[in-house]
Design a binder for this molecule. Structure first.
Ligand SMILES: [Zn+2]
Length: 75
């Protein structure tokens, strides 16, 4: 599936709600190491609503000069 941060087809489901309710799923991207839960806010899981500064589309991840910062938590 498509990663919400790097927009490549390199993400996969890695966990589901253990009670079988389907309340949430967790996904992980093997390319940019981003992980997210399906029940997070659209500003986290919707590429169209994510802050473009934190996106990694068309970025050469192998040659990043600095670690990518984590956006501040929204409460
Ligand atoms: Zn990614």
């Amino acid at each position: 599936m498509k990663c919400v941060r790097c927009l490549q087809d390199t993400a996969q489901k890695v966990a589901v709600a253990p009670d079988g309710s389907g309340a949430w799923e967790v996904y992980y991207c093997q390319r940019c190491n981003f992980s997210w839960r399906s029940s997070e806010e659209p500003e986290v899981i919707d590429p169209a609503k994510r802050d473009p500064w934190f996106q990694l589309a068309n970025v050469d991840i192998e040659n990043l000069a600095e670690l990518v910062p984590v956006p501040p938590l929204s409460i």
